[in-house]
Design a protein around this ligand. Sequence first.
Ligand SMILES: Cc1ncc(COP(=O)(O)O)c(C=O)c1O
Length: 473
Amino acid sequence: MSDVQTESSKLVESAAFQTARDQLVTLVAQASARITGVRGASSPAHSDRLKRDLLEFQKDRGRDLYFPYLASGLGNGPFVELEDGSVKYDLITGIGIHFFGHSHPELMKEALTATGADIYQGNLQPGHEASSLLRAVLSRVEDSRLSHGWITTCGTMANEIALKIIRQKKFPAHHVLAFSDCFAGRSTAMQEITDNPKYREGQPVHGEVHYLPFYQPKLGLQESIRLTLEAMCGHLSRYPGKIAAIMMEPVQGEGGFNFAPQEYYVAVFEAARKVGLAIWLDEIQSFGRTGQLFAFQTFGLQKYVDVVTTAKMLHASMVLFTDEYNPKPGLVAGTFTGTSASLRVARKVVELLDDGYYGADGRIARLSARFAANIARLADGPCRGMIGERRNIGGMIAFEPFLGTMDDVKAVLTKLFELGVVAFQCGHGPMLVRLLPPFGVMTEAQVDEACLIIEKAVLSVASERTATRGGGK
Ligand SMILES: Cc1ncc(COP(=O)(O)O)c(C=O)c1O
C-alpha cells in the first residue's frame, strides 16, 4: 500500500472494498462458467423476447441489424451469450474489441475498481487512470520516436487528431496520400480518406486525398513498390507543396487483411521521408494482433513512424506522436477521454498482452497457425473449390468463400450465425469472411471446433445452392 493515500485509494485498497469486488468477480465467473459452448435459445419465450426487442430496436434505429444479435454480454472464453440465452463463438469480437473474450475476470476486476473514480473522465480533469494508461502504452514503444499521446473516444476521433496535428505541423500542405481500399473512419474528414464511395454518398469531397496502390502479392514485391512509388511521384508533381502526409494501415482491416513484406513498407516510407511527408499509421484494427503491440513493431518500422492511432481491442482510443508533431495548445482537446472503467481496462489489456502473447512462439502466433492449418485443410479437402484466397496475420484471419461475391460472403455469414459462429466481412474484390478471434482466451481445441462449424457452414451453403439449382430444373 502506498504511503500517499487519498480517500479513493484508501477505499479501493481497503480489505472491505477488495473483498466485495472480488466477490462480484467470483459471481460473474460462476455465471460465466455456465456458458460452456454453442447452444440454442433457452426457451421459445426467450426467443420471442429477443425477436420483440430486435424489432423495437431496429424500428428505433431505422435500419435492420446485420445479424439478429442482441447480446446479454456475459461470456466465457470465446463464447458470448445472446438475449435469448443462446451462446455463440464470437470470432469477430465486436469488430475487434473483445480480444480477451467476454467477462474476463481480470478486466472485470479493473472495471469494478473504477467505482472508486469518476464514471466519465475528460481532458480538463483527468484521473490517474488516464495517465497510467498513456504511460503503459508509451513505455512499450520506446523502440520508436513516439514520445507523446492523447487519449480520445474512438478510432475515428484518434484519426481526426492525427490529421489535425499533421496539418498544423505541415501547414500550408494539407493533402493526404492514402492507399486503395483503406478505411479510416466515418467522420467528414475520415470518410474522404476511406477508399469507398458508398460510405460518402451525398457528402462533399474536397479532393485532398490521393490514392496509391497497396502491395499486391500477385504482382510481387518489386512491381508493387514500383507502382506505389510511381503513383506517389505523380501526385507529388501534380500537387507541389500541398501534400502533408502518407497515411497507411500496415494491415488493412476493412480492405481485406492486406499486408506486405517489410521491404515494401521500407521502400515506401524511405521515399515518403525523402520528400518530407509525415508518416501516419492507422493501427486501430491491427493493434495487439500481429504478434507485437503494434504492427509497425512486427514489421520493424519503428524509425519511420511519426504518428500512429489505435482503438478497438485497447478498449480506449489513442493517438501517439513524436515530439516534433506535438501540437500547439488549443488544437486538440474535447470533453471526454473515456470512462474510468474503460481506461483501467485498457491499461490491463496492454499489461496482459505482455504475458506470452508475442513472438514466434507466442500465443497469437500459435493460434494463428492453428487457424491457418485448419482453413487450409478445408480448402484442400472437404471444401475444395469452395474456399479461395486465404489471408492470415496473427489474430487477423480471412478467407474467400466460393467466388468472393457479396452474396457468397453474406450466405456463409448467415449460415455461420445459425450454426453458432459470429463473423463478419471484409475486402472489396474479392470479399472475404473476416475473423478477429478472441485469441486472449481461445484454446487450440476451440479453434478446431470453430473451424468444424466453418466447414459445416460452407458445405451447407454449397448443398443448399445445389438443391435450389436442382429444384429449378
Ligand atoms: C483501420 C480503422 N481505422 C479507423 C476505424 C474507425 O474506428 P472507430 O469505429 O472506433 O471510430 C476503424 C474501425 O473499424 C478501422 O478499422
